[in-house]
Write a protein of this length. Structure first.
Length: 439
C-alpha cells in the first residue's frame, strides 16, 4: 500500500516516538517493542524515497497536533513547496505557552482550522493570532471539542480580534462551541457562516446578535445555525435583521436540551429576528410539530407580505416530529422544486402531496400548474418510506403531466427497478452536503 494513501492518524503515529507493533512479538504481548525515534524516522524516510512524488498538491493537507511531534507536518510543509495549504491545528493539551503561529504557515494558508479542548487554550491561540496577516485565507474554522473544559469567563469581556494584519479574501467562517460575540474578524466579503453552539453559555442576546451580524449581512449567502444561538430577554424589543443576499439557511434545533433549559421560544424568536427576501434553500433539523409549523408560518408571512420575493426552491426536513397535517407547506413554499425528507414526517408529507394533487386535479381549472401542489417539483429525496405511498405519488404526478425527474431513496437496489420505469433518474439517498455533483 503506498505510504501516501495511509490515513492521517497512521501517518502521525509513524512519526511518533512511541510503541511500534513488532510482527515478531507474540500476538498477546501487551508490551510491543519500541524503536528509537531517529531509527524510526530514518526507516520511514527510506520507504518514502521509493514513492514517486511528482505532484506537490499531495502534500497540501496538513494536520498538526500540539502533543505530538511535528515531524510529519514539517515534512508536508517542505514537500508542498509554495502551494496553498489546508492547515488544521489541534491543541489537545492545556499547555499553549509554546504555541508559535509560524508553524501554521499563515502566508500560504488557504483553509485554516483551529481545534481545542480548553477554552483558555483557544483564548491564548487567538491572542497569538491577533496581529497576524493571512493574505490567501479563504475559510477559517475554530472549534471547541468539549464545552466542559473551561468556562465562558475564560474569554476576555471584549471581542478578541483576529488577523489584524488582514485577511482580504476570507469568505467562509465556522465557529463551533464558542459564541460569535467572542471574536472580531476582518470581514469584508463573508459569504458563508456556520455557528454551532452546544452550551448555554455561548448564547447571545438579541442586541449582541444584531451587533454581530451588522457588518456581514450585506454579503452573507449561506448561514448555518446549530443549537440555540440567541435568547431574547423578557421585555427586549426585537427588530428583524434583513439578510438581503441570503439564499441558503440551515436551522438545527439542539437535541440535548430539556424543557427546563429551553423556554420554548427560540424558534419563534429566531424567525422574528431575521428577514430573508432572497431565500431559496431551507433546511430544518430536529424540531417538534409546533416549531415546524412556526417556521412554515413565518415563511408564509414573509412570502405574503412581499419580504420573500421568489419563495423557496429547495426544502430539506430532517427528523421533524410531525404526525399530523402538513398543509401549511402550500403557502410557505408554493414554488418548491426540490424536496428532501428524513424521519417521521416523510409519510405525512407524501400523503399530503398525493391527496392534494388528487383533490386539485378535479378542480375546475384549465391550467394544470395552478391546480397542482408544487407544479415545479422535479426532485424528491426520501430516506425511508412506505412503498405504496411513494408509488402513488410517482404515478399521480406522471398521470397529471408533471412527472418527477429525479428520485433519490434509501432502499434495496432491486426496489429501484420499478421506479426507474417511471422516473428519469433514480439513485441512492444522500444528505444535501454529501450528494455528488452532477454534470
Amino acid at each position: 500500500m503506498p505510504v501516501l494513501r495511509l490515513s492521517d492518524d497512521v501517518l502521525a503515529l509513524i512519526f511518533e516516538a512511541g510503541p511500534i507493533p513488532d510482527l515478531s512479538c507474540d500476538y498477546f504481548d501487551k508490551k510491543p517493542k519500541k524503536l528509537p525515534f531517529p531509527i524510526l524516522v530514518s526507516y520511514v524516510s527510506h520507504i518514502w524515497r521509493e514513492v514517486a512524488i511528482r505532484d506537490l498538491f499531495l502534500w497540501t493537507s496538513i494536520h498538526i497536533i500540539s502533543s505530538k511531534p511535528h515531524n510529519l507536518g514539517l515534512m508536508y510543509i517542505n514537500r508542498s513547496k509554495s502551494c496553498s495549504l489546508d492547515m488544521r491545528y489541534t491543541c489537545d493539551t492545556d499547555r499553549t505557552s509554546d504555541f508559535d503561529p509560524s508553524i501554521l504557515q499563515l502566508q500560504r494558508c488557504h483553509h485554516l482550522t483551529i481545534s481545542s479542548y480548553w477554552y483558555y487554550s483557544t483564548v491564548h491561540i487567538c491572542q497569538r493570532l491577533e496581529k497576524e496577516a493571512i493574505p490567501c485565507l479563504v475559510s477559517f474554522t475554530i472549534e471547541m471539542e468539549y464545552a466542559n473544559n473551561g468556562f465562558k469567563d475564560d474569554f476576555p469581556s471584549q471581542c478578541q480580534e483576529l488577523f489584524g494584519g488582514g485577511a482580504p479574501v476570507l469568505s467562509s467562517v465556522g465557529i463551533c462551541g464558542i459564541s460569535l460575540r467572542s471574536f472580531k474578524l476582518p470581514i469584508k466579503a463573508l459569504t458563508d457562516l456556520t455557528l454551532d453552539t452546544f452550551e448555554m453559555a455561548t448564547e447571545m442576546t438579541f442586541g449582541e446578535f444584531f451587533d454581530a451580524f451588522t457588518d456581514m449581512v450585506p454579503t452573507l449567502i449561506t448561514l448555518q445555525l446549530a443549537g440555540i444561538i440567541l435568547r431574547v430577554r423578557l421585555g427586549e424589543h426585537c427588530l428583524p435583521t434583513n439578510f438581503p443576499s441570503l439564499t441558503s439557511l440551515v436551522i438545527c434545533y439542539p437535541d440535548y436540551l430539556d424543557e427546563e433549559q429551553d423556554d420554548g421560544n427560540y424558534i419563534p424568536n429566531l424567525w422574528d429576528c431575521i428577514n430573508v427576501p432572497a431565500l431559496e434553500s431551507l433546511t430544518l433539523c430536529i424540531m417538534n410539530e409546533e416549531q415546524f409549523h412556526t417556521s412554515m408560518d413565518s415563511l408564509r408571512r414573509q412570502h405574503m407580505t412581499g419580504i420573500t420575493k421568489r419563495g423557496l426552491k429547495s426544502l430539506y426536513l430532517f427528523n421533524i416530529n410531525i404526525d399530523g397535517y402538513a398543509d401549511d407547506l402550500t403557502l410557505a413554499c408554493p414554488n418548491l422544486s426540490n424536496l428532501t425528507l428524513m424521519g417521521r414526517m416523510t409519510a405525512p408529507v407524501l400523503k399530503f402531496i398525493f391527496e392534494t394533487d388528487r383533490q386539485r386535479s378535479t378542480a375546475p381549472s384549465n391550467n394544470t400548474h395552478t391546480r397542482l401542489l408544487w407544479p415545479n417539483l422535479h426532485t424528491l429525496s426520501v430516506e425511508s418510506f412506505e412503498d405504496n405511498i411513494l408509488r402513488a405519488v410517482v404515478l399521480g404526478r406522471k398521470a397529471l403531466g408533471l412527472p418527477l425527474v429525479k428520485l433519490y431513496m434509501q432502499c434495496p437496489a432491486g426496489t429501484r427497478c420499478w421506479y426507474r420505469q417511471h422516473v428519469e433518474t433514480v439513485g441512492p439517498f444522500f444528505f444535501p452536503d454529501e450528494r455528488p455533483s452532477e454534470a
